[in-house]
Design a protein around this ligand. Structure first.
Ligand code: ADP
Length: 398
């Protein structure tokens, strides 16, 4: 079975075409600048040269059409015709409380997704556009939706109810949802395999540290708490997002800076985080470089970032009454030895000891803790596409 995995953003579309007999990637790529001048498709066949295709792509439909053309192209394509696409798996950000696992897409599911637009106004609309474009271009091919929020639906009420009038939960479904669920689920399952233990018997803290970042507490294979909340703004400091702060700052900023609600929302989502603190960049590579050169605000940004991750690890170890392994994943978690070291420093009292030479590694599944570390510390590259493809295969084979 061959599965096309699609992840649509507002102006981008990432895809991965997978052979599920081997779970190998046949081709993958990225469309950028959908709906703006300079649209480009970067297509990478597994056994061939990368090609850049520049064509006007005013909507996600054209973008997807060019992706499909690339897949069947006689020079750089990987299949003869579209009938070789057996199923499509879509990443969908928000399913509210509707779905606690992946689902086969039908009209009812589409209605539910449209119903969640309010909860994820930036993310769900492009996800829906991607599904609709597929439906038009390859009608009849079964499709599955895999949700970022689904894995966290197992959280107990004490983790997800905010301390605001309860009626607001009933009325508007304001609660913690959590995101990056597909990634937290994948690395927790891999961690159990690597540790040679059953998920039932272990307590894990998974740290997804990328441009967006979140931590999850996972007990018996189930998410019991996570740092992102009603939206992906809460929790850790991120590339451009503030993470936790006193909500009273919102009104204060509106008064002092003359901002309206949308202005503050923009400031907290797009101008804050390590970008806001450092004034350098939202990219951790730039910030690490600037810090090395002595930029004090870049140093401060890194310090605040790692301190916040450390606090969440402490909180989740307390919440679960212990922790067997801490897992690092995503862009920063997989690549920055310095960040992993800073996060773990001072956690020796919990039984966390990392081996500096083992930690000097990038993007590779590995145990970076010392042999006698009570808590294992693992680096596990995430693979959300594989989870989406596996769920798709499983659901449509039923
Ligand atoms: P997202 O999917 O949320 O956009 P990623 O998981 O791709 O994010 O992570 C992107 C982040 O990872 C960027 O801030 C980038 O700087 C950081 N990153 C990638 N490689 C390195 C590295 N070698 N050292 C430090 N940070 C890195």
């Amino acid at each position: 079975m061959k599965v096309l995995v699609i992840n649509c953003g507002s102006s981008s579309l990432k895809y991965q075409f997978m052979d599920m007999e081997t779970e190998g990637v046949i081709a993958k790529g990225l469309v950028e600048r959908i709906g703006i001048a300079g649209s480009i498709l970067k297509h990478q066949p597994a056994n061939g040269e990368k090609v850049d295709i520049e064509k006007p792509m005013p909507t996600h439909k054209e973008a997807l059409q060019y992706v499909m053309d690339a897949l069947i192209d006689k020079d750089y394509g990987v299949i003869k015709n579209m009938s070789e696409i057996n199923a499509v798996g879509h990443r969908v950000v928000h399913a509210g409380e509707m779905f606690a696992s992946s689902v086969v897409i039908n009209e009812e599911v589409m209605k539910a997704l449209r119903g969640c637009i309010d909860l994820a106004p930036l993310h769900n609309p492009p996800n829906i556009l991607g599904i609709e474009a597929c439906k038009e271009l390859i009608p009849g091919v079964p499709m599955v939706a895999v949700f970022d929020t689904a894995f966290h639906q197992t959280m107990p009420k004490r983790s997800y109810i905010y301390a605001i009038p309860y009626e607001l939960y009933d009325k508007y479904k304001i609660r913690r949802y959590g995101f990056h669920g597909t990634s937290h689920r994948y690395v927790s399952e891999r961690a159990a395999e690597l540790l040679g233990k059953s998920l039932e018997d272990i307590k894990l803290i998974t740290c997804h540290l990328g441009n967006g970042a979140s931590v999850a507490a996972i007990e018996k294979g189930k998410s019991v708490d996570t740092s992102m909340g009603f939206t992906p703004l809460e929790g850790l400091v991120m590339g451009t997002r503030s993470g936790d702060m006193d909500p009273a700052i919102v009104k204060y900023l509106m008064d002092k800076e003359g901002l309206d609600a949308a202005g503050v929302d923009n400031l907290l989502n797009k101008k804050s985080g390590v970008l806001g603190i450092s004034g350098v960049s939202s990219d951790f590579r730039d910030i690490e470089q600037a810090a090395e050169k002595g930029n004090l605000r870049a140093k401060l940004a890194l310090e605040i970032f790692s301190y916040r991750v450390k606090k969440y690890i402490g909180a989740y170890a307390a919440a679960m009454g212990g922790v067997d392994a801490i897992i690092f994943t995503a862009g920063l978690g997989e690549n920055s030895a310095m960040m992993r070291e800073e996060v773990c420093q001072g956690l020796e009292f919990l039984g966390v000891n990392i081996d500096k030479s083992k930690n000097n590694v990038r993007g590779k599944e590995t145990d970076i803790s010392t042999a006698d570390s009570k808590v294992k510390v693992l680096l596990i590259p995430t693979n959300e596409e594989l989870v989406i493809a596996r769920d798709t295969k499983e659901l449509i084979s039923k």
